[in-house]
Design a protein. Structure first.
Length: 66
């Protein structure tokens, strides 16, 4: 399980884009987006760096959350 702080999500389209990016890395990932908190929780065995790069490639700022 990884928690990401994702900046730049302003609408449902943004949430969908982030979710699609993560599913491109791991189609079986469980993704929970909390846009109000700028937080994305990902339950996946994928490499966290790969997930972070995929979200960044969509144009969002990403940092690992504690």
């Amino acid at each position: 399980m990884m928690n990401l702080n994702v900046t730049g999500m302003t609408c449902g389209h943004c949430e969908a884009a982030v979710t699609r990016a993560i599913h491109a890395v791991d189609p079986a990932a469980k993704v929970t987006v909390d846009r109000a908190a700028d937080r994305v929780t990902v339950d996946s065995a994928a490499d966290p760096s790969a997930v972070q790069r995929a979200v960044e490639a969509e144009g969002y700022g990403v940092t690992r959350a504690a």
